[in-house]
Design a protein around this ligand. Structure first.
Ligand code: PTT
Ligand code: SF4
Length: 611
């Protein structure tokens, strides 16, 4: 086998055992890597009743067949598990040296199972695996702990770790590295914490097995050059994703005051150009020549890495219009290891609940001091409010009740990311049907939608969501390469089959890759349905009530809201095009067509499947 190593490393923390396992080319071709491998492993190995925070859950770190070579923006991996936030399939895509080092150590994925008796670090050095006591690191913030590990294991080592939020099993704790890369929004850090695993450290020294090594090298050089030549490259390096703040404001989709509005009075103060005035450098993922993490000095005089989502969720969504203070909150979230999207979301929810008199605590909009204290309370689960918000907005709204469910901004338990959808039904559908809950990563359809007619609910929009889900959710998440070269600077999709041929020796085209994408998407859906079982309904794919029931009051599009009936029709159309029934469950024919007979069998035992 070329391209893939053909090996997983299985690490059991309960008995400190580690073993390499082989997998075959059929698995590789059917599921590619990353998310594809992760969902297949979790589907095969987890009982649907598994408690996400129990030793029975498994944490999978999986890279793809392009990871580890000198190819543009290919230093990423997927980290996945059953999510403690949603109960469904959860994952994140993180830029990390672990991706490169793991592949060079000879593994395409590391599967972590069980629970260590005491805090531990898993140290992988090629074939050697050690379990190192992490007592002296437990409790440390992620920046300090990573610095210590780097001193011990060297600058080139790959390190992924959790901060205090992961240790305290905050439901949206992430896994972090490199002072600003953070992945696994649906609580992958909490799963790591539940296993008493503070960090994994990986060092690999082997050559990767390419089918055509010379071609691989030449393609890589050409591809890096191509990225540099793209006209939008220079502005991308200047602002990265921060340019989207101004775009969102202009188009009334900037999440503001807990998604009640799409415009923010102080948007300019937290936008890309304001960021440029504070910028001191760029940081990014390994293997990338368009690094996009904007480093600024925050109001605590520390360095913080700003991306669009961080800024809008901890800025406009909570009414904070001072970028240095937003940056300070972002830095704290990284140190503590918490997802900024879910965090900004629960903070906005708490502020609204406080304003409406539904909670005892005073949580004012836009107060830096109060918010900073509350963020720490959440990470350490301190006090009634901190502890309640640590379980996410769905759980908090269920506890508070009194109609707050209508403005708890989530889908299937995962908090909505940084785009207001009062005026974008296509993006609402993308959130509704995303593989992990309301994340924009599977189908960022919004920019196309705004250009082509945002008011429509039509088949073209459904097709666009499907097209993007195939490419992004299926293929990019499974190759685990960054999608930004394609999305942001126009690096052509045609490069990827060429990379795959040079790596694996297998001729593929996008039609074939799209089938793989569909297979992965359908198995992910089956994972959700198997968990929710008879409770699964099409309501699970409907975005929050606020966007349907409460029109916006500001901006050029004031008075807008989603239409429930038309959304429903579009959702049913989406199901039909996917080959799902009217509950959003894949039919027998669809599962068989994709070679997912086991999913047909298992789901069929629980639920009546349509033909
Ligand atoms: C991603 C989500 C995003 S999406 C952002 S900003 W973005 C937030 N970043 C956080 C952060 O930082 N610190 C923190 N404590 N929490 C954070 N939560 C949020 O997490 C990120 C980039 C970005 S920046 C995006 S869009 C792209 N995402 C990709 C993806 O999903 N797949 C893929 N193949 N390529 C991608 N490229 C881009 O990667 P999650 P990263 Mg990411 C400080 O983690 O769970 O997927 O959620 O990891 O290495 O930082 O790269 O405007
Ligand atoms: Fe990482 Fe940004 Fe480069 Fe993508 S473009 S690989 S997110 S630094």
């Amino acid at each position: 086998m070329y391209g893939w190593n053909g090996r997983f490393l299985r690490v059991n923390l309960s008995n400190s055992n580690a073993q390499a396992e082989q997998y075959d080319l059929t698995m590789a071709k059917r599921f590619l890597g990353g998310r594809g491998f992760a969902v297949k492993i979790l589907w095969d190995e987890l009982d649907p009743r598994t408690d996400p925070l129990s030793p029975d859950n498994k944490l999978v770190f999986a890279a793809g067949p392009l990871t580890g070579w000198s190819l543009p923006s290919s230093g990423k991996l997927v980290v996945a598990a059953k999510s403690p936030l949603t109960g469904g399939y959860g994952d994140g895509n993180v830029g990390t040296h672990v991706a490169v080092q793991m592949r060079k150590a000879g593994y395409d994925a590391i599967i972590v199972e069980g629970k260590a008796e005491k805090p531990v670090i898993v140290l992988v050095q090629d074939k050697l695996v050690d379990f190192v006591d992490a007592g002296n690191l437990w409790g440390l913030d992620s920046f300090t702990a990573e610095k210590r590990l780097r001193e011990l294991y060297g600058r080139a080592s790959g390190i992924l770790l959790i901060g205090p939020a992961g240790e305290n099993m905050v439901s949206y704790a992430t896994i972090v590295c490199q002072e600003g890369r953070s992945g696994g929004r649906p609580g992958m850090g909490a799963v790591m914490g539940s296993k008493n695993l503070k960090a994994i450290v990986v060092v690999g020294t082997r050559e990767l097995p390419a089918a055509y090594p010379k071609e691989m090298q030449e393609l890589g050089q050409d591809a890096y050059r191509e990225v540099l030549m793209k006209p939008s490259y220079a502005f991308w390096k200047q602002q990265g994703t921060m340019m989207t703040v101004e775009w969102s404001q202009e188009n009334s989709v900037l999440p503001t005051l807990n998604y009640s509005e799409g415009v923010f009075d102080k948007a300019d103060a937290i936008g890309g150009f304001a960021m440029e005035k504070l910028k001191v450098g760029n940081r990014g993922c390994p293997m990338c020549n368009m690094t996009c993490g904007n480093i600024v000095k925050d109001s605590d005089r520390k360095q913080s890495e700003l991306d669009y989502e961080n800024v809008v969720m901890l800025g406009s969504n909570i009414g904070l219009g001072d970028l240095k203070q937003v940056a300070a909150l972002n830095r704290i979230a990284d140190e503590l290891g918490m997802d900024t999207i879910s965090l900004g979301n629960v903070l906005g929810f708490a502020m609204e609940a406080s304003e409406k008199g539904l909670i005892d605590q005073h949580v004012p909009w836009g107060s830096f001091k109060n918010t900073k204290a509350l963020v720490k309370d959440i990470a350490y689960r301190r006090g009634l409010l901190g502890n309640m918000l640590a379980d996410g907005v769905k759980s908090a709204s269920e506890k508070i009740g009194k109609g707050s469910e209508a403005w708890a901004m989530h889908v299937k338990g995962l908090e909505v990311s940084g785009y207001d959808c009062h005026t974008t039904p296509g993006m609402a559908l993308a959130y509704g049907t995303s593989s992990i809950g309301a994340h924009h990563k599977d189908a960022w359809v919004i920019s196309w939608e705004v250009k082509t007619g945002r008011e429509h609910y039509n088949a073209e929009k459904v097709d666009k969501v499907l097209e993007l889900q195939r490419i992004r959710a299926g293929v990019f998440e499974s190759l685990t390469v960054c999608r930004f070269p394609w999305v942001e600077v126009g690096f052509e999709l045609e490069w990827y089959p060429k990379f795959l041929r040079a790596a694996t020796g297998i001729e593929v085209n996008w039609d074939m890759l799209n089938v793989v994408g569909d297979r992965i998407f359908n198995l992910t859906r089956a994972f959700w349905v198997r968990h929710y079982n008879k409770d699964w309904t099409s309501q699970m794919d409907v975005p929050p009530a606020r966007w349907f029931d409460e029109p916006t009051k500001k901006g050029t599009l004031k008075g807008s809201r989603l239409d429930r009936e038309q959304y429903s029709e579009m959702l049913q159309m989406y199901y039909r095009k996917r080959g799902w029934d009217d509950r959003g469950i894949p039919t027998k024919t669809t599962l068989r067509k994709l070679g997912l007979e086991d999913a047909e069998k298992q789901l069929g035992k629980r639920i009546k499947l349509a033909e």
